[in-house]
Ligand binder design. Sequence first.
Ligand SMILES: [Zn+2]
Length: 292
Amino acid sequence: MLSYDVFVNDPPPQDGLLPNGQPKRFSPTASTLIYGAEDAVLTDPGLTADQARVLGDWVAGKDRNLTDIFITHGHGDHWFAAGLLAERFGARVVASAGTIAQMHGSVAARPLLWDKVYPGMIPPAPVTAMTVPGNRFTLEGHDLVIVEVGHTDSDDTSVLHVPGLGLVVAGDSIYNGVHMYLAQRAVGGFGPWRDAIGKVEALGPRHIVAGHQNSQLDDDAKRTIAETRQYLDDAEELLRSQTTAVGFFNVKLERYPNHLGRMILWVSASALYGVREHPGQDAGRIILASWF
Ligand SMILES: [Zn+2]
């Protein structure tokens, strides 16, 4: 018999203001502990050394032997703290081959992005993740299945399906009450992300743990899937009706007044309009610049 519990971290304070004058603040990120009578598996352990300590204390309080730490996708906010947790609990770090390739890319980009946003706060993050045969591993005899869903808010993303719990740990394929990171879809559009949502839905989950979520909300699969699709529909409509990034930002705020992670909304708007307005320029540089 497996159970699960979710820990949602607090984004660290950072410098800078949004167009509406509010302080910039990153999105809360969720870690899931799936556990049996003795062993446990943790997902997406966060970014900073502080987050690793707080999450590690929460995990220790569950009094289980942590065997594996699973990473859903390559973005540093989901795994740069993995090494500290792996060391503290003697756990293995597991990911798909595609995610491991993306993790190397995130390490290369780190000095240009995360270390500028959070100077001195992020621990060393060598890529120690390994694949597992057939993208499957077990927890006390129960299957945990890594399902590759492709492009969502980054490339080569995956989810963890726990059939025995009706659970999908969705990484950034599904969001829950938090603004979605649309910047990397400034090239290629939202079609591949819609396909990924369909792959999650086809697993038939009852519960979805979104990688970024408002901890006050439930984890109902139907609602989070529908709201993730709706957010993309809204974004497409606003890209047609709004002529500027600030316009996109303001209307999204009006439509989603309770969503967290407004910094990511502004990064997304800046990148989507920046790429559109400068078709001859390197999109990767425009997306990176939209963070600052
Ligand atoms: Zn993320």
